[in-house]
Design a protein around this ligand. Structure first.
Ligand code: GTP
Ligand code: MG
Length: 316
């Protein structure tokens, strides 16, 4: 009896000759793994094989391939290797489990003057530090939708961190976005800049302001949320693809449904709530003090930290 040939490529599958294999590859299924995602009727449509033969070929493809997995320990090893940006405050770092995490979206929401932008400035400086000093050793893409980027603040914060203020500013690429289209397309076209400039932090300050002012009224809400969803997905994609950190600020409103307790709620609805890996709620306290509450984190308990906004930046 002839020994069955080991299946390594699409051509090796039963009932698939070179011409059929070519058709399948042209449809974008050029590996056994990709082929396995098809249902028999789909393969039949693409290849012109009958449904029975398509099923046989797919069964053989599934036999020949294994799912790719990582063990829990491997995932743990990778997670430990994920970089973090120090916030400048030990207490806030501890609340965050070390700092603002790469490969994730961190959202800070709070009322005006609560410190959202100042934290963005501090992170823009600290991201440039080498990993052993609490940075990601890269540069920064800063999308400013409110016209509140202040180089003077970066200068002061960099000086306080013993960095060359001019170099620090040169490593921050500021895009002033005045419409959601600009905001979205900056992120959609960011790949080249990220690679060329070794961007390790993307700041969007604020994420929602333009969406809120452009899509007004109930009728526009669906479209707004749909666009917001796309925008956030792209942000998460680049965070994963380039191992960079994303820090976004968000505005708040008073939720009339909350009768007791603090009615302050971040805007952006469910889409925003699910998008952020970590959510921070900033509240003003006495003078330069701010209370930071960790509202949502996949691996850290809820809690609070007290920080100070100083001329040198964020401190304990
Ligand atoms: P909105 O963008 O208006 O919603 O607020 P925000 O949450 O972004 O506030 P931001 O981060 O801009 O914080 C503003 C606060 O930082 C104000 O209370 C300022 O007094 C304080 N601040 C800004 N610059 C300095 C500074 O150079 N020294 C000190 N000590 N405080 C500063
Ligand atoms: Mg601000």
């Amino acid at each position: 009896m002839a020994k069955e040939k080991a299946v390594k490529e699409i051509e090796d599958l039963p009932g698939i000759g070179p011409t059929t294999a070519e058709k399948i590859k042209e449809a974008g299924y050029d590996t056994l793994d990709k082929l396995c995602s098809l249902a028999p009727h789909e393969l039949s449509e693409i290849s012109g094989m009958n449904a029975d033969n398509a099923k046989k070929a797919l069964d053989a493809a599934k036999q020949a391939t294994t799912i790719t997995y990582s063990t829990g320990s491997e995932v743990y090893g990778l997670r430990k290797a994920i970089g973090k940006i120090t916030t400048g405050s030990k207490e806030l770092n501890e609340l965050l489990g070390g700092g603002v995490e790469a490969r994730a979206i961190t959202e800070a929401y709070g009322k005006f003057s609560s410190g959202k932008t100042q934290i963005g400035f501090q992170l823009s400086v600290n991201a440039q530090l080498p990993p052993e000093a609490g940075g990601l050793g890269g540069s920064v893409l800063f999308i400013d939708t409110e016209g509140t980027f202040r180089p003077e603040r970066i200068e002061a914060i960099a000086k306080a961190a013993d960095l060359d203020p001019e170099k620090t500013l040169d490593n921050i690429f500021v895009v002033r976005a005045e419409h959601t289209d600009q905001q979205m397309s900056t992120i959609e076209r960011a790949d080249k800049l990220i690679r060329e400039k070794n961007i390790k932090l993307v700041v969007v300050d604020s994420l929602m302001a333009l969406f809120r002012s452009e899509f007004i009224g109930r009728g526009a809400l669906g479209e707004r949320q749909q666009k917001l969803n796309m925008h956030i997905h792209k942000l998460q994609n680049i965070a994963d693809a380039y191992g960079l950190a994303v820090y976004v600020t968000n505005q708040v409103m008073d939720n009339p449904a909350i009768l007791f307790g603090d009615p302050t709620t971040p805007v952006g609805g469910n889409i925003m709530a699910h998008a952020a890996t970590t959510r921070l709620y900033l509240r003003k306290s006495k003078e330069d003090k701010r209370i930071v509450r960790l509202v949502d984190s996949p691996n850290m308990p809820e809690g609070e930290a007290v920080i100070k906004i100083t001329t040198s930046g964020i401190r304990d």
